[in-house]
Design a protein. Structure first.
Length: 126
């Protein structure tokens, strides 16, 4: 039987009793990843800063689980504004520059809220 391991990171913690991510065997699933400034519950003002924070948190989860960007299989982003779709490509292409090796990506527009972008992701770390 595979053991489940909770993944906790310094840059992001939840107020509810849930981990940043959970790993079962080689499968890593994140909880909702919010764009707070690392180590705080403060939101930056701009979409670019919020998106960058997501990738910081994702990178720490991957590292804590023994993986890296090459292990990401899919990311689902939740955007407050349709116009932010193109802005998301900047940090995306920094982490995934090889068009022959990018994870799947899905974007859902959720309407205005406190944050401009959140995400969940799946990785496979053999």
């Amino acid at each position: 039987m595979m053991q489940r391991t909770s993944i906790e990171i310094e840059s992001l913690s939840h107020l509810a009793p849930l981990p940043a991510a959970s790993k079962v065997g080689p499968l890593l699933e994140s909880s909702i990843t919010t764009p707070f400034n690392p180590g705080t519950r403060d939101l930056p003002d701009t979409f670019a800063e919020q998106a960058e924070n997501l990738f910081v948190h994702m990178g720490q989860m991957l590292e804590a689980a023994g993986g890296g960007w090459e292990h990401v299989a899919k990311v689902t982003f939740f955007l407050a504004e349709h116009e932010s779709r193109a802005k998301l490509n900047v940090p995306w292409l920094e982490r995934f520059p090889d068009e022959a090796s990018r994870p799947a990506r899905h974007i859902m527009e959720v309407g205005p809220g406190a944050s401009k972008v959140t995400c969940v992701f799946t990785a496979y770390i053999a």
